[in-house]
Design a protein around this ligand. Structure first.
Ligand code: CMC
Length: 429
């Protein structure tokens, strides 16, 4: 017999189905509660206990520190796979065989180039514009270059074309944003280069000059992108799904996701971490003083890169990244004083009652910024790199939502404002 949950409201009992996932996660399906109870809904600020969908893309157990894409542990993918292979896995459900993967990579590299008019759009932004704002605008602008992408009933082949185009062109947009900001001439994509090498080449090569992509840097970037590739129903991904649920196109939904990712409590945290570590360093490196600030409820300061909505023991991505940070800095011969400050903060926090009681651990963003710095990626590009990594996840989640035929996302509310009152003319107020 299938499991049921009982809810009693105003003395009336309602039986609700319990849904169980393949990893035995349970949810009470409240789909009929409002209709049957004559108006009762559930309230859950920040959706801390609310599932918005069923999904077969990513499994995450925050208590046990487990993260799997399509069933594959993140540790195995980070060690053995490549970013584009992981992208294929997330979007299409299985790892590609050799032939399929080679074809997929070729199709992506053939689409690296962007319409020349995109440069004019970028030229319209002030040179000090934040790269995330430029990136989201340029992502939306793809609807103008490929108007067929707006059709909500697009064929699967048409959807695949949109998917490959945005996967291929995002690194070009990202690198050009950076070049424009520095006033440097843009570097065109090189279709003979792999995804990460091509991106690094467009970021750092000078016209006429020589730039050899360091394989240590390209591999580290590839690993970082894999670690960011999906994270189930987080803030930006939920934004992508909800935007797409109005039959919004892939490009507009991704653009919405980029904006949601930008904030400092989400993808913007990687920038905020480095700024915080730099401030601590310039302030003399007294980690205890800053820990006290983070614990002080009258002080708005939070220890950036610490805490997570779902990980309450450790963030498996942070473990991999911490090790990678040591390896990359050693391989590149970089000594970064903020790495020592980060390790010092982590050590103090892990034994501090405030952080232990609230289960606050370093998250993916705590060490990623240190690697980006070692790669000479400027701070305001950190969140852009996160967006590049998260792109396959957004695409996979948008595609799943459309294929499931999910209804438009439209939460309800409990109104707590004025009850009915009568309009007063302005001179009588
Ligand atoms: N520093 C100090 N106190 C904290 C921190 C922190 N970084 N994070 C949470 N707390 C405290 C918070 O004040 C609250 O205390 P109390 O129960 O006494 O009121 C308690 O811990 C629970 O915090 P919350 O804000 O209710 O938890 P949340 O699940 O709503 O927020 C979070 C999760 C990630 C937004 C939050 O931990 C935070 O702001 N962290 C810093 C920003 C950050 O690193 N974000 C990146 C997240 S990982 C990348 C991604 O996936 O987006």
């Amino acid at each position: 017999m299938s499991e049921k949950a009982k809810v009693i409201v105003d003395g009336k009992e309602f039986e609700l189905p319990v849904i169980t996932g393949t990893e035995n996660e349970k949810a009470i399906d409240i789909g009929k509660l409002r209709a049957e109870s004559g108006g009762v809904i559930t309230l859950d600020y920040g959706f801390k206990n609310t599932g918005s969908t069923t999904s077969s893309i990513t499994f995450l157990d925050g208590e046990k520190g487990i993260l799997r894409y399509r069933g594959y542990p993140i540790e195995q993918l980070a060690e053995k796979s490549e970013f584009l292979e992981v992208a294929y896995l997330l979007i299409y459900g299985d790892l590609p065989d050799k032939e399929t993967y080679e074809k997929f990579k070729r199709e992506i590299s053939d689409s690296y180039f962007v319409h020349e008019d995109i440069k004019k759009i970028m030229d319209g932004f002030p040179s000090n514009a934040h790269p995330m704002g430029v990136l989201s605008s340029v992502a939306t602008s793809l609807t103008a270059f490929y108007p067929a992408s707006l059709d909500p009933n697009r064929s699967p082949e048409g959807v695949n074309l949109s998917i490959k185009r945005i996967l291929a062109k995002m690194p070009t947009f990202a690198a050009w944003t950076y070049r424009r900001k520095l006033g440097r001439p843009i570097i065109y994509p090189d279709t003979a280069m792999d995804y990460c090498s091509n991106f690094l080449n467009m970021m750092f090569k000078m016209p006429g000059g020589r730039y050899e992509v360091d394989p240590v840097v390209a591999n580290a970037l590839d690993k970082l992108l894999i670690l960011h590739a999906d994270h189930e129903q987080n803030c930006s991904t939920s934004t992508v799904r909800i935007t797409g649920s109005s039959r919004g196109s892939l490009y507009t939904s991704i653009s919405a996701g980029i904006n949601a990712l930008w904030g400092p409590l989400h993808g913007g945290a990687n920038m905020a971490v480095i700024e915080m570590l730099e401030n601590i360093r310039m302030d003399g490196g007294d980690t205890k003083k800053w820990m006290d600030k983070a614990k002080d409820k009258d002080d708005p300061f939070r220890l950036m890169g610490f805490g997570h909505r779902v990980y309450k023991n450790f963030d498996p991505r942070a473990r991999i990244i911490k090790k990678a940070a040591d390896e990359v800095l050693e391989a590149l011969g970089v000594q970064d004083p903020v790495l020592d400050i980060a390790k010092g903060l982590e050590e103090v926090a892990l034994s501090d009652d405030y952080f232990v009681e609230r289960k606050l651990y370093p998250n993916v963003d705590f060490y990623s910024g240190i690697i980006y710095r070692a790669m000479q990626i400027p701070v305001d590009m950190f969140t852009v790199i996160f967006a590049l990594g998260r792109l396959p996840g957004w695409i996979a989640q948008w595609k799943e939502m459309r294929e499931n035929g999910e209804p438009i996302g439209r939460p309800r509310q409990i109104y707590v404002g004025h009850t009915n009152r009568t309009y007063q003319p302005i001179n009588e107020r």
